[in-house]
Write a protein that binds this ligand. Structure first.
Ligand SMILES: *Cc1c(COP(=O)(O)O)cnc(C)c1O
Length: 359
């Protein structure tokens, strides 16, 4: 007998390492290598000049940020929800929408936070295996009893995207549950399913400022859905914590949204770099999954992923690796600046050459 029996005990999500040294090539957490839009800096300067304002609570509805999202995405304000990064939006969505006792479905290889939230909230879940070529098969999510469905599009860590037609088929076939599409990486070349929110009441589209908008440190996420769906989400949020987004986040988020050319330019540079690097690796014998995200999921046939990960780390190059079935020989590499990718490329060539010498 002990008090610990009454504690909600969970195994937490493990985020990619944030190294203390500054001389590393950091390609492990899918951050954007380019700075946020210049207007974000001006918003921060404005905040510095008006720090007196911090006496007051922030606007619990983050009105100016929601308005800016509404303008950019042409979605009415009552169909928008905002939170402290999409992790906050997603965890609140698990709490709100997955409340049936039936299993929530998500892929076996996917964002490793989903099973953590399911365990935290005591939601039953079932992991649906991806196909042998790492795809989400819409058939697997149709005609199956469930208490909800969630998947990223493009999926992580594979980078493979699903088209809106397949997503629509899943949403249409599951009118009794909420389908959440986690679009953390959608801006890097996939197609957003957000038009579906006007046609289906049960679909929630979640996006973030952390990847394509270079603002992981600011923590801003948002979701689009039917007014009823967003209403339920807000009721839970306002029963949990009213003041989620702080004043700096609200103003910096708005400033970022206002500069569309800068956003397009940064995303374009990453997409170009991704395709260039993927082609280089494939020519040298690597298996590279076709990515629509700001990362590549790669493997060198016959060489252990853990070995490559450790050799890179020794050279102060950080990528992501999971000791999990099916994916233990893969590395997930964030697409960085050209100079970062060159350093990585040179290191990989050296590591492979050393292996060949020893053989
Ligand atoms: C990065 C990521 C998120 C969370 O991002 P936030 O920084 O919390 O906005 C959510 N889903 C996936 C699949 C991600 O890769």
């Amino acid at each position: 007998m002990s008090w610990t029996r009454n504690v909600r005990q969970v195994v937490p999500y493990v985020a990619g390492e944030q190294p203390k040294e500054t001389d590393v090539v950091k390609l492990n957490t899918n951050e954007n290598p380019y700075p946020p839009a210049p207007g974000v800096r001006r918003a921060l300067e404005h905040l510095a000049d008006n720090s007196e304002r911090l006496r007051l609570y922030p606007d619990p509805d983050a009105t100016v940020l929601v308005k800016a999202l509404s303008d950019v995405y042409d979605v009415p304000e009552n169909m928008i929800f905002v939170g402290v990064g999409s992790d906050d939006v997603l965890s609140m969505s698990f709490l709100t929408f997955f409340n049936s006792g039936k299993p929530v479905l998500f892929p076996d290889v996917t964002y490793s936070f989903y099973d953590v939230w399911a365990n935290l909230y005591r939601i039953p879940y079932e992991m649906i295996p991806l196909s042998a070529d790492w795809k989400i098969r819409k058939e697997d999510y149709i005609g199956k009893t469930n208490g909800g469905i969630i998947f990223p599009n493009p999926n992580a860590p594979t980078g493979i995207a699903l088209d809106t037609g397949d997503i629509e088929a899943i949403v249409r076939a599951n009118p009794d549950s909420v389908v959440i599409v986690d679009e953390a990486y959608v801006d890097f070349g996939a197609v957003s399913a957000h038009p579906l929110i006007r046609k289906y009441e049960n679909v929630l589209i979640v996006q973030t400022f952390s990847k394509s908008r270079s603002m992981a440190g600011m923590r801003i996420g948002y979701a689009f859905g039917s007014p009823r769906l967003i209403g339920f989400l807000k009721d839970c949020k306002f029963s949990f914590n009213s003041y989620t987004l702080n004043w700096p986040s609200i103003l910096c988020g708005k400033a970022s949204l206002e500069n569309r050319p800068y956003f397009a330019d940064c995303v374009g540079k990453i997409v170009t770099q991704r395709e260039f690097f993927a082609k280089q690796l494939r020519q040298e014998g690597w298996e590279v999954l076709p990515s629509k995200a700001n990362f590549l999921f790669v493997r060198y046939p016959g060489i252990s992923g853990e070995y490559l990960f450790n050799e890179l780390r020794r050279r102060k190059i950080f990528v992501r690796h999971w000791n999990k079935p099916r994916i233990e020989d893969y590395l997930r590499i964030t697409v960085g600046r050209p100079e970062d990718m060159n350093k990585l490329h040179e290191a990989l060539k050296k590591i492979l050459a050393e292996i060949r010498e020893r053989a």
